[in-house]
Structures are given as C-alpha cells and as structure tokens.
Design a protein around this ligand. Structure first.
Ligand code: ADP
Length: 191
C-alpha cells in the first residue's frame, strides 16, 4: 500500500497535485477541506459546525475531524492506498492517524511537503478567491489567519514525520508539471 500525506500551507497546490497523483498511482484522494465543503453544501449538521470554523480560518475541532476521516477511510473497499490532503493538520490528528492505520496493519509511507513561500501563497489564494468563490479565500484577514494557524499548529508536523524518517520536501514553485515531476520522483523512491 502507498499512503501519502500531502503537506504544505494553504495555497501550496495540494488539491491540484492530488488530482494528478491519484490518476497516476490509483490512490484514493481524501481532502478533509473538500469533505467539509461537501457537507456545507448538503447543509448537514457537520457542515454547519465546520462552516463556523472555516469562515474564520480556524481549524475544525480535532475530535470531529478525526472521526469524519476514519469513517471515510472505513468505507473504502480494497484501497490501493490513500492521499491524505489537508490531514493531519495537528499533532493530535497525526497521532490518531498513526494509531488508526496501525489497527488495520497499514502505515503512512511518506509525507510529501510542497515548499512555497508566504508571498507566493497570498498571491495564489487571493487569485483563487476571485475564481473559486471560496469565502475563506476572498478575505485577506482570513487568509492571514489560516497562514498563522498553519505556522502554529500544522508546520510542527514536519518534525513528527522527520523523526520517523518519512519527511520529503518538494519544491512547490514552478509549473504544475514540474512540481508533479518532483513529487513523482520522491514517490518512486518509496517503491
Ligand atoms: P487550504 O489548505 O487551502 O486552507 P483546505 O480545503 O484544506 O484548504 O481547508 C479549508 C478549511 O477546512 C481549513 O481552513 C479548516 O478550517 C478546515 N479543515 C480542513 N482540513 C482540516 C483538518 N484536518 N483539521 C481541521 N480543520 C480542517
């Protein structure tokens, strides 16, 4: 099994690259952001709760996020592997994921981290806000808060995976194809 954590700040290109990676490696794409947005659209209870955090650029509470993620993984029939996109985002989530996978005799193969500087991120997110209609991309204060939350809660996960020898940094600036090739090069060393 190939289980990848695709890591990087908001706007790093995780969604774009995930789409290409699932096609090439036949993996299941699990984006917690996408799942929350689908729940908001479907006006579920989970969606209402998630929206109240997402609109401010805050993280949805760990307990809710972890149980949602586990439910979706449990529904897959004979998966070849997963791309976890936007999860884990806190050390509690990383711990929970390791334990959950271990219970199935699975594990994370690697964390692939897209490296992009703050200036480029803000530019990309504001542009995406104009095109995607995502409310959390349209407001500079919400964008800044997401970057701050990322730096405070999520960036430390680099150390968590580095300690397990699983961290792989990949240059996140360039054409979509160049970045994709950088990711594939790392993935192909795992097999
Ligand atoms: P981006 O990486 O561009 O911020 P995402 O779609 O991954 O976009 O996430 C959008 C929002 O969804 C986050 O700002 C957060 O509120 C919520 N979210 C997504 N994944 C998680 C998670 N693993 N834990 C908590 N909140 C999450």
């Amino acid at each position: 099994m190939l289980n990848l954590v695709l890591f990087g700040p908001p706007g790093a290109g995780k969604g774009t690259q995930s789409e290409k990676l699932i096609e090439k490696y036949a993996l299941v794409h699990l984006s917690t952001g996408d799942i929350f947005r689908a729940n908001i659209k479907g006006e579920t209870e989970l969606g209402k709760l998630a929206k109240s955090f997402m609109d401010k650029g805050e993280l949805v509470p760990d307990a809710v996020t972890i149980s949602m993620l586990e439910d979706v993984v449990n529904k897959q029939v004979n998966p070849k592997g997963f791309i976890f996109d936007g999860f884990p985002r806190t050390s509690a989530q990383a711990d929970a994921l390791d334990k959950f996978l271990a219970g199935k005799n699975w594990k994370i193969s690697a964390m692939l981290a897209l490296e992009v500087n703050d200036e480029e991120l803000k530019k990309r997110l504001l542009l995406r806000g104009k095109e995607s209609g995502r409310p959390d991309d349209a407001n500079p204060e919400v964008i800044q808060n997401r970057i701050n939350v990322y730096n405070r809660d999520t960036a430390p996960l680099k150390n968590y995976y580095e300690a397990q020898g699983k961290y792989r940094g990949v240059k996140g600036i360039g054409t979509i194809e160049e970045i994709f090739n950088g990711l594939c090069k790392e993935i192909d060393t795992l097999k």
